[in-house]
Design a protein. Structure first.
Length: 286
């Protein structure tokens, strides 16, 4: 679907110069008419792709379902004495005072929706299961309006594994705010999970739960690659690790996430079940 994003964002002259002969009548149309035509074309292609996919059997949903079914729902033991005060895993360093800015573009009903996200590692901690978790504040805006606000809680064990201990989240809906998706390890049977291993390569190909509260938080991941080169607007990043993330609560949806050493998450792409790209545009430390 990257083709569709390029079509919708491309300038008319760059689109036509290389691949298409444009008649004199089309050349005389306005920019507005051209853009409308391109959106209609994009929607037509999307519909054709969906029809083709519907005619061909897909096992992506069943494959991830089988993986999730094989994962244990038993809570891993959390021993506070096995945890350290800071989170400095090179692929997910939550250093207090650091802020990350992301831009997310989603293709939905022929339109591109843009959201701006700021993730800030605070100096605050929250005690969960006896562990002092680092509090990370995440706010998402669309057209300048806050549409989602989350406090995430992370901790690192002595081996260097980064654990996800829960989140306090709220999102704007048509009828107001919802806190659906909030959970805390140790409360109502919720389980903590690992979001980044100390030795990523040692767990290559392994699937694991990142969180678990039945019906609320069921994200899982699989480690795919340890040596990926990622090119984004901010630059080119080497030796990145790549994961696939999925959830029983969103069957058929798979996201690829890329983490750069010394920075953390730099890119998220929806591989199946949507057309979304979240990209790091800047980061700073105060």
């Amino acid at each position: 679907m990257s083709f569709l994003f390029n079509v919708l964002l491309a300038k008319p002259d760059s689109y036509s110069a290389k691949h298409h002969h444009i008649s004199s009548s089309l050349k005389s149309t306005t920019m507005k008419t051209f853009a409308l035509c391109m959106i209609v074309a994009a929607i037509t292609v999307m519909a054709a792709c969906k029809k083709e996919n519907a005619e061909q059997p897909s096992n992506s949903s069943s494959a991830t379902s089988d993986i999730l079914s094989a994962l244990s729902v038993a809570c891993p033991e959390i021993n506070p004495s096995n945890f350290v005060k800071k989170v400095d895993n090179p692929y997910l360093p939550w250093i207090p005072g650091t802020s990350y800015r992301y831009v997310t573009k989603t293709l939905e009903d022929g339109e591109i929706i843009t959201q701006h996200q700021i993730v800030t590692v605070t100096h605050d901690t929250k005690k969960i299961l006896g562990v002092d978790a680092t509090v990370v504040y995440d706010v998402v805006k669309e057209d300048g309006i806050v549409v989602e606000e989350t406090y995430d809680w992370y901790a690192q064990d002595k081996k260097g594994n980064v654990w996800y201990l829960g989140e306090d989240t709220k999102a704007r809906t048509d009828t107001g705010w919802t806190t659906e998706g909030s959970w805390e390890a140790g409360v109502n049977g919720a389980c903590a999970g690992i979001v980044m291993f100390a030795d990523f390569g040692a767990h290559l190909g392994q699937a694991y739960r990142q969180e678990y509260l039945k019906g609320i938080a069921e994200d899982a991941a699989k480690n795919l690659d340890t040596n990926v080169t990622v090119k984004i607007h901010l630059g080119t990043f080497y030796n990145c690790v790549k994961t696939a993330e999925f959830s029983r609560l969103e069957p058929g949806v798979i996201e690829y996430k890329y983490y750069a050493p010394g920075i953390g998450n730099i890119l998220v792409e929806t591989a199946k079940g949507g057309h979304e790209r979240e990209e790091l545009v800047s980061f700073s430390h105060q």
